[in-house]
Ligand binder design. Structure first.
Ligand code: MLT
Length: 312
């Protein structure tokens, strides 16, 4: 009966199969686009909260729940939008969906790699303005080029497999990756500076942590091969956006393809990157395939229900 079921607040759009599954064990309050105040009011009435990346689960949110919130489920991998210290202090578990959107993110990385190399977005925009310009959009070949994967985990290794299929040489930097796993895919792990010196394309796949924040800064851009290209489907915060703009201005980086931003949505007014023709932009679409969102919904609902049932 409704009274004995836990209440789960879902604050961002979750795949239908997940919601249906959740309804079997919980009262579901699917309320999207809540203001921080509305979110705080709702968590005081909820046993669990399921979010994607837009909801900021701050200390204030945990405190407003007054101990009722037992689980936060992140329908995705990165939990950088959840204050983990506050969660722990408030006795709240945080669970994620670690596998369901891996392939979607890797595919978006490859989509950006190809789109950037062949100026697909820029040429499309130009044709839609009535132009037939075959000179401006001469691209760069991928075959034989070196793709440096920075962060060789689940997504990075899937990007590596696919880049090899495109004829690229793949190298990677990851202080935690297994050399055996890399070898099995035909990827050479090496120190960051060696990757920086050798990569023609950099594809970033690390979580946002204090140690990775602004990892790509002026100093790092100064070490890369002149004219290299960069793709980011990880987190905006791993690149210093102003430093990337400077590197693009100097021709040190010739193009960038960015799915993620330091602020989401970015502050449009005077943004250093969004309006540049040498930057391809997408609005955090890495995990956004129909298939991945259905799978993520099921994976996170499973984890949240297990946590509510005390199985974790
Ligand atoms: C993730 O961390 O899994 C992604 O950023 C997914 C998302 O928020 O859409």
């Amino acid at each position: 009966d409704a009274g004995s079921k836990p209440t789960v607040l879902v604050s961002e759009k979750l795949g239908a199969a997940g919601i249906d599954m959740l309804k079997k064990t919980a009262n579901v309050d699917a309320s999207y686009g809540l203001s921080p105040e509305e979110l705080k009011a709702k968590v005081a009435l909820s046993d669990a909260l399921i979010v994607r990346s837009a909801t900021k689960v701050t200390r204030e949110v945990f405190e407003a729940s007054k101990g009722r919130l037992k689980v936060v489920g992140r329908a995705g991998v990165g939990i950088d939008n959840v204050d983990l210290v506050a969660a722990t202090e408030c006795g709240c578990l945080v669970v994620n969906a670690p596998t369901a959107n891996t392939i979607a993110a890797a595919e978006h990385g490859i989509a950006l790699l190809c789109a950037m190399a062949r100026n697909v977005a820029q040429a499309d925009a130009s044709m839609k303005m009535g132009k037939w310009d075959r000179n401006t959009y001469v691209g760069t070949s991928l075959t034989g080029k070196t793709v440096a994967i920075i962060g060789f985990g689940k997504v990075g290794s899937e990007v590596a497999r696919r880049a090899k299929g495109l004829g690229c040489k793949v190298i990677a930097y990851d202080p935690f990756a297994s050399a055996e796993m890399a070898k099995a895919i035909g990827v050479t792990l090496m120190p960051l500076d060696d990757c920086l010196a050798q990569g023609d394309f950099f594809s970033l796949h690390m979580p946002l942590l204090p140690t990775t924040k602004n990892l790509f800064n002026d100093e790092v851009f100064a070490k890369i091969k002149k004219g290299a290209r960069i793709i980011n489907v990880a987190r905006g915060g791993v690149i210093d956006e102003a430093a990337l703009a400077r590197a693009l201005d100097a021709g040190q980086v010739s193009q960038a393809a960015l799915d993620v931003w330091a602020d989401e949505p970015p502050k449009w007014e005077g943004h250093p990157l969004v309006n540049r023709p040498d930057v391809v932009c997408t609005p955090h679409l890495g995990a956004s395939t129909t298939e991945a969102q259905e799978d993520v919904a099921i994976e996170i609902v499973d984890a949240v229900v297990d946590a509510l049932m005390g199985k974790l």
